[in-house]
Design a protein around this ligand. Structure first.
Ligand SMILES: Cc1cc2nc3c(=O)[nH]c(=O)nc-3n(C[C@H](O)[C@H](O)[C@H](O)COP(=O)(O)O)c2cc1C
Length: 221
């Protein structure tokens, strides 16, 4: 039996939606959750920190989780277009129903976000706002990146997730850019090296999250 899957919501390249990579934890492997740790994120034509989702997948797998990348750039949720508020539980649009099913299948979530003007990207907020009960109690961790480690985005997103009722684990991870990380075209020179600088924090956060997912799975059994 595989361990509880880990999930992560991943960042978006410029102009694209953030990519959630999520891990499922409850019950049996979900049919729509690949058992492979490899993420489906397409290479992004951006400086992007991180492509961290794909790099995170291996860390989730190493911690015994089953990573699944939910790439908002691929999922392409429209701006929230349900007539009733998400707390009603009423989902009428096919994309709303599909999104709810994907989140419900997860055991935990790693939200990976860049810092855009002292906040997190609008597409990520939109994806979060589609749902309510599906998020409540879901173990989660926020991984941010930016010049100050994306601290502002991390704080803003963490506050929203706490408000909704996700079960935030720890204090999150902040991956800080340094001078020399980017070339003259503002592209990240060495994404692996950038992510590796946060290796210890990522390993701890992912291990804690996978453990929380396992505990939630046991409690639900
Ligand atoms: C609209 C926009 C606003 C940004 N604002 C900030 C900011 O306030 N703080 C920061 O550290 N970086 C900021 N950045 C830089 C991003 O953190 C950096 O470009 C990062 O690589 C973006 O991630 P992405 O390529 O995955 O979108 C901003 C980038 C964009 C596109």
């Amino acid at each position: 039996m595989p361990g509880p899957p880990a999930c992560c919501l991943t960042p978006a390249p410029h102009g694209r939606a953030p990519e959630p990579a999520i891990h499922r934890a409850r019950g049996a492997p979900c049919p729509h959750v690949p058992r492979s740790a490899s993420s489906s994120a397409a290479p992004a034509p951006s400086a992007s920190a991180a492509r961290s989702p794909t790099r995170l997948a291996a860390r989730i797998e190493a911690a015994g989780g089953e990573p699944v990348l939910l790439d908002l750039a691929e999922i392409q949720l429209p701006l929230l277009d349900e007539a009733l508020p998400p707390a009603s539980g009423v989902r009428t649009q096919p994309h709303s129903i599909a999104w709810a099913e994907r989140i419900t299948a997860l055991d935990a979530v790693v939200f990976v976000t860049p810092d855009y003007n002292a906040g997190y990207p609008a597409a990520l907020k939109n994806a979060i706002d589609y749902l309510k009960a599906e998020w409540v109690g879901l173990p989660a961790v926020v991984v941010s990146y930016g010049w100050a480690g994306g601290a502002a985005a991390n704080a803003q997103l963490s506050a929203v997730l706490r408000y909704i009722g996700l079960d935030l684990q720890g204090d999150g991870v902040r991956m800080a850019f340094e001078q020399g990380d980017f070339d003259e075209s503002m592209r990240l020179v060495d994404a692996a090296a950038f992510v590796a600088r946060s290796e210890d924090d990522l390993r701890t956060a992912v291990a804690d999250l996978v453990a929380a997912g396992e505990a939630a799975e046991r409690a639900a059994a």
